[in-house]
Design a binder for this molecule. Sequence first.
Ligand code: NCD
Length: 370
Amino acid sequence: MNEIYENYNHLIDLNQYSVEQWDDMLRLAADIKRNPRIYENSCIGKIMGTMFYEPSTRTQMSFQSAMLRLGGGTIGFVNPQTNSSVAKGENLKDTTKVVSGYCDVVVLRHNLEGAALAAAVNADCPVINAGDGGHLHPTQTLTDLMTLKEETGSLSGLTVGLCGDLKNGRTVHSLIKALSCYKNNKFVLISTESLRLPDYIQEPLKAKGAEYYEISSLEDAFEEHALDMLYMTRIQRERFENVWEYRSQADKFILDTEKMKKAPEKMLVLHPLPRVNEIAIEVDDDPRALYFKQANYGMYIRMALILQTINYELNNSPVLIGELRDDLECRNMKCITRAETYLPKSFKKSVGESGDIYFCEYCEESVVGI
Ligand code: NCD
């Protein structure tokens, strides 16, 4: 393990950085979009490694094209079971240790929660979280922030609807955490009872005193709230215990042209994609539908992120900042610490009404003593 105080400019959770730093990155991305030629040689001689343990089109390819457009090169795998030694049983620590020695930055997507932080603990270069299970997806959030900033001119004072799988949707989690750091944003959470936003994401909303509502119908959301943006999401099939549970939740929310007629005239429709059924294809022709443009913004913001990461402009804090405690154990079966048992057990403390509550630093689930 690296010295846990070693500072490699990782991006695990956007909230490691200040709102001013996000705004700087958004400005840089907008400049890159306007003047791409100025940046085309900025990463000559640099290598980005992509380690994708879960399927991806946009995140993986936008990162690759971002690095190529900066003049750098890329290596990596997208299917570890066929083109890496993960198929032979190699653990995340060893793969990260070796790949990070070949690269200037590693981009990791993993099916387990907390995997990006776990990789960062052992990496010899900065690690960027490209999605860790149902936990977080900070670079999708940067994409969403850039889309909102460029299209509405502001990231504050917005009424934001989020619809679909709020429980398992990592894009939703990261986006809510980020938007709640800007002033006067209001959240309308549209989901079934079983797919509500998890407590650990509701906590920051409560702590910041953000106004939010939980609603079970899109029509009600349109009627009761003047939404500036609707963020549609896919029901995350791969996170369900079985197919029946998934089917009981599938197709509950479908945005079609009929519903769009009732939606606010200026409401932007975003979606991290891939779409399954939750937005009818006919909606694509509505000028409020921005999801394809959003995917394109993703490449520019990732160019800005790569540049700032490689140039060490982000001033990161230590990798693990919690208490190392052997008497506590994370009980979340989807947490990386359950699979990679060598990891230092690190917990963050928060003071609750009935005493101290500890949260696993990797997946953020609350834990009990053993
Ligand atoms: C999202 C993801 O992987 O979490 N996709 C993406 O990165 N644009 C959303 C999803 O898979 O539903």
